[in-house]
Each structure stands twice: as C-alpha cells, then as structure tokens.
Design a protein around this ligand. Structure first.
Ligand code: AMP
Ligand code: GLY
Length: 432
C-alpha cells in the first residue's frame, strides 16, 4: 500500500463570493469526491454544497461548525478572516486549515510590512515611503513626481489605492486616509509609491511554509469600462494563461518573488502557508511587485480553477500539512476566460434585488459562479451585490473560451446589468 497524506472526506470553504463558488466546484471535483460545506455560501454554492449561516467574521462559530461537521480541511477564501487569525484559531482547535496564519497574512494586511519583507528578501518592488502625517505625505509627493500611487497600508476592500496624475489629487488621497480617516486604522499609515507603467500580471502560488507550487499566470480587468476606462472595481473579468507570461517566465518570476518571500517568512519564524498572490507590473526595467494578496484572487480564481485537471483538494490539504509535493500540479493547456456580470450602479452604489433570468441556459454553456446573489421570493435568484455572477468557460484557445463565456453571458438577464465586452479580447487571436 502506498503512503499518502490524509484525504479529507469533508471540506469547509469559508466565504460567499465567486471565488468561493469556483473553489467549491473544483474541490468537489477532486478525485476523493469530498463533501463540500460552505459558510455562509450563496445560492449557487448551495446547489453543490451544504451551506451554513455562519458569517466569515464569526471565528468561534466557524470553529464550532468545522468541529461539528468533522471536516478534514478548512479552505479560507477572503482576506479579512485570514488577517484576523482564523487559521490560527482552527489550528488551536486541531483543525487543518489552508491559508496563512495572522502573522503570515500581514503580507496582505500591511503593505508597509510587505515592503519590508521584500526589501529583506531582495524582491523587486515599486519604490515607496511610508508616512503617518499629511505633511510627510506631501513632502514625499513633491519628491517623487507623477504618476504616483497613494495606498492605505491596511485592508480597504480594494478601495485603498489611488493612482494620481496631479498633485491636488495625490494630496486629496493622502488627506482621505490621514485626516478624514476614510479607512479607519487601515489608513493610519500611507504608502507613497512611484507610479509604474506596464502590463499587470497576477501570479498565484500554493505554499506550504517552504515549498511553492505555482498556477499559470492570469490577468484581471479592474476598471468597470471597456478599454480600461472608468473607476476601478474588484475585477470585471479574467483570463489565464496570458501570452506575455509563458510558463518559463512564470517560473522565473516565482524564483525572483515567491521563493525569496517564502524563505524570508520562514527565517522570521512566521512561515507562509496558503496562496501567495503577487500582483506584478512588467515594467521596461523588469518586473515589480505592486502588492501581495495572501489568498486566491477574485476573479482570477474563476479563470484558473476551471483549468485544473489535478487534485485541488489534495494539493491544498498537502499544503496545509506542510507536505506539498515537489512535482508540478496538473493544469490543462486549455485557456479559460471569466466574464463578470455586475449590478447597476456598481462600483459606486450597486442596486440590488433584481430577479436574474437565464441561469440554467447559461449553465449549459459555461460555469456560472455566483458572487452577489440571494434567493428570490418565487424560488428564483435575485441580485444581492456589486459583482453578481462570473461566467467562466474553458476552450481549446482563448478565442474559443472567450466566445463560450460571452455566449453564456448573453443568456443571462437582469435589470441594469453591466459587463465589459473586451475581456480577453485581442489575446491569442481572439476578436476584440
Ligand atoms: P494594488 O491593490 O496595490 O494592486 O493596486 C490596485 C491597482 O492600482 C493595481 O492593480 C494597479 O493597476 C494600480 N497600481 C498600484 N500600484 C501602482 C503603481 N506603483 N504604479 C501604477 N499603478 C499602480
Ligand atoms: N483580483 C484582485 C484581487 O483578488 O484582489
């Protein structure tokens, strides 16, 4: 009999978005066919998993749920519970959880901390200074020039970064953090960072404290409008792979970024386990890290996990136990494209409560991941958030995947629906 890591028969996914729906689907498809539980989940997740009404910030409730359901593995989706120590609490209760401890999640929870780790590890990052007063901030702006990025140090639900072209705009962003305290304590330290230009890349890797297994590179589309116009959102779509970051380059980036950071975190006595997601800008001077996330990306996950042919549950469980194999993980060559369908008014003021039609029809063409949905009165589903759904398709080429994703998206209707029409356009011959 061959030895193998424990195989969880029951897995608890924590979260309620499109990322968690994609995780639940991919985990359920793993060879051991684990039963998936999710807290709190959403109507889409409830179709394939048992959902439980426990909020992501109710750590004691989640530990109790994991214990009662005898889950072999907890997979934490969002950053807030990671930064707040949910994985530590699970560990204290003897429950294996995939994700970083609070100490390791500081790589996402504090941009200044991430900079310090990168400096120690020799990882190329955008040059920056951390300030705590408006006066220091203004002085830094006057030294650096434009464009310039102003960043709240802590978690700000993706709203803490302003890239300013003018002095007044930069100062306004600094004052919003340090004077108006728009982000509370998360904005009490502000990073003033040189503005860089170049294509952006999301490179995610599963880490077990010492080893690193990467996914293929992905790209998300942050602005609300076609041609990258309008305000930034949580992400309006994603594609993987991307032709400008082939596997050989992704391997090099992991050597330059992920491995040194994982080694540095281990050296500090706070080993990193979980997904280390590097947000990179490929500048003319080489790659630069813009930020780390310590979890799966949303919506990158919706374009990465449909490509997984390997045992995702086994991979995450091995990582949680510090036993990642050195072997590469089986990912299909087939690209995948995810198109986000957002509600009217998103990102400023999403309008919710509108009935969604066409889900079954779309589901026959592509994966339809729920993000902001809720049960409607008549057994249907209504919009319940800014990003409502992500429609994701795999194909023999980016063009095929893109066409299928948009065909499925065309089947879905709700009042005021917004979507970009150029996700993955122009890649690999895909028509724009
Ligand atoms: P972040 O949350 O740090 O990834 O920032 C959000 C977005 O702001 C990034 O995806 C970039 O598009 C942009 N951004 C962040 N830092 C910089 C920078 N130093 N120069 C130019 N754009 C940036
Ligand atoms: N796609 C950006 C994020 O997950 O933060």
């Amino acid at each position: 009999m061959c030895e193998s890591a424990a195989v969880a028969e029951r897995i608890l996914v924590v979260g309620s978005g499109g990322r968690e729906h994609a995780l639940a689907v991919a985990l359920a498809r793993s060879p051991g066919s684990p039963a998936i539980h999710c807290a709190p989940g959403n109507p889409g997740i409830a179709e394939i998993a048992t959902t439980h009404a426990v909020a992501v910030d109710d750590h004691a409730g989640l530990v109790r749920l994991a214990t009662e359901q005898r889950v072999g593995l907890v997979v934490v989706g969002p950053e807030a519970p990671l930064v707040a120590g949910l994985v530590d609490e699970m560990a204290a209760a003897g429950i294996a959880a995939f994700g970083p401890t609070a100490a390791a999640a500081r790589l996402e929870g504090s941009k200044a901390f991430a900079k310090e780790v990168m400096a120690s590890a020799g990882v190329p990052a955008a040059a920056s200074v951390a300030v705590t007063t408006v006066q220091e901030g203004v002085a830094a702006v006057d030294q650096m020039g434009f464009p310039i990025a102003i960043k709240a140090d802590g978690l700000a639900s993706g709203k803490g970064v302003v890239v300013a072209m003018r002095r007044a705009e930069a100062i306004e962003a600094i004052e919003a953090c340090l004077a108006d305290r728009r982000f509370g304590a998360a904005g009490d330290t502000v990073l003033i960072e040189e503005g860089l230009v170049g294509p952006e890349v999301s490179l995610l890797a599963v880490c077990d404290g010492t080893r690193v297994v990467r996914f293929p590179a992905a790209r998300d589309y942050k602005p609300i409008g076609d041609g990258n116009t309008g305000p930034n959102t949580g992400g309006m779509g994603s594609v993987s792979p991307i032709p400008d970051v082939p596997d050989a380059l992704a391997d090099e980036l992991v050597e330059q970024v992920h491995r040194p950071v994982v080694a540095e975190m281990a050296r500090r006595g706070t080993p990193f386990t979980g997904v280390l997601y590097a947000g990179l800008m490929m500048t003319v001077d080489g790659p630069r890290v813009l930020e780390f996330n310590t979890r799966f990306g949303d919506p990158e996950t919706q374009a990465l996990l449909p490509r997984v042919d390997g045992d995702l549950a086994g991979l995450l469980e091995a990582a949680a136990h510090g036993e990642l194999p050195d072997a590469p993980f089986a990912i299909s060559d087939d690209p995948a494209v995810a198109v986000v369908l957002a509600s009217e008014g998103y990102p400023a003021a999403p309008v919710t409560g509108d009935p969604i039609e066409g889900l079954a029809e779309a589901g026959r063409i592509a994966d339809v991941y729920h993000a902001g949905t809720a049960p409607g009165e008549d057994g249907g589903v209504v919009t319940a958030g800014g990003r409502v759904l992500a429609v994701s398709a795999r194909g023999a080429s980016v063009a095929d995947a893109r066409a299928a994703a948009y065909r499925a998206a065309d089947a879905i209707r709700f009042r005021g629906m917004q979507r970009r029409s150029d996700i993955a356009a122009g890649i690999d011959g895909a028509a724009s």
